[in-house]
Ligand binder design. Structure first.
Ligand code: GLP
Length: 245
């Protein structure tokens, strides 16, 4: 960054020049995915420019998905995303899907608790207004990359203590004999809103996938109603089609 001030005479606004030199450093591999950027103050001092200019350049790069900001820990080069190829023909859990790929799974809790059910929860889960719904909302993370926001609703009668599911909802359901055996999944396009984009560490407005899964026990009873937002830049859903007849 040190030469920036000298080039400044050459015309383009300083923040654009800084943006370009950071972009060049990323493209040339001088700083790689996951590497921390020096602090705003360090860059400003080295390049002899104001912190406001640095902030503007960095914010542009965050918007463009080149850098990511993590609250409290700084600014990093965005991880390079390898797309996840997800089969649509098997009823598996996030934990199982990622473990099969050798990825380390973790979740951040967004919500867990018992609530009065919403009208659509009552309808899908067959609850009456005096029953409670258990909500389990998590940010799903694989190899430190947030991939999806999942909000599951179940009858409180099968999940009286939503805080108790450990790291896998399906593993917890399995233990009580409530693992689903069939599901209907609906996938539709959705641009990511600001708060979802922030959680998923992607620029707001990029494509996402809204996935709704309603899953059933062998008895035909609905066990799970989950609405999720998946990163559109991270997933390919693949189904095998056969000519029958
Ligand atoms: C998938 C499904 C969700 C399901 C989840 C369970 O991601 N889309 O509907 O709730 O798996 O995953 P886990 O058992 O890892 O909590």
């Amino acid at each position: 960054f040190a030469t920036l001030k000298h080039q400044a005479q050459s015309g383009a606004p300083l923040y654009l020049q800084l943006r370009k030199s950071i972009e060049d450093a990323v493209n040339r591999g001088l700083i790689g995915p996951g590497d921390a950027l020096p602090s705003e103050r360090d860059i400003a001092t080295k390049a002899d420019i104001s912190r406001v200019t640095v902030r503007k350049a960095v914010q542009d790069l965050v918007k463009g998905g080149i850098l990511v900001q993590r609250h409290g820990s700084g600014t990093f080069v965005a991880p390079r995303m390898e797309r996840v190829e997800q089969s649509l023909s098997r009823l598996t859990s996030f934990t199982e899907d990622m473990a099969r790929r050798g990825m380390v799974v973790r979740s951040a809790w967004l919500d867990r608790g018992l609530y009065a059910p919403s009208p659509d929860e009552m309808m899908v889960l067959g609850l009456s207004s005096n029953e409670l719904v258990a909500r389990v909302a998590r940010l799903r993370i694989a190899n430190d990359t947030p991939l999806a926001i999942e909000r599951a609703s179940l009858s409180a009668s099968v999940l009286p203590d939503p805080a108790d599911i450990g790291s896998s909802l399906y593993a917890a359901l399995e233990l009580t004999g409530n693992r689903p055996v069939r599901a209907v999944q609906r996938i539709s396009a959705a641009n990511l809103g600001d708060s979802d984009a922030r959680l998923l560490e992607v620029p707001p407005g990029i494509a996402g996938l809204h996935i709704e899964r309603i899953s059933y026990l062998a008895s035909g009873k609905v066990i799970e109603f989950t609405r999720s937002i998946y990163r559109g830049d991270a997933y390919d859903f693949v189904a095998e089609l056969r000519l029958t007849g």
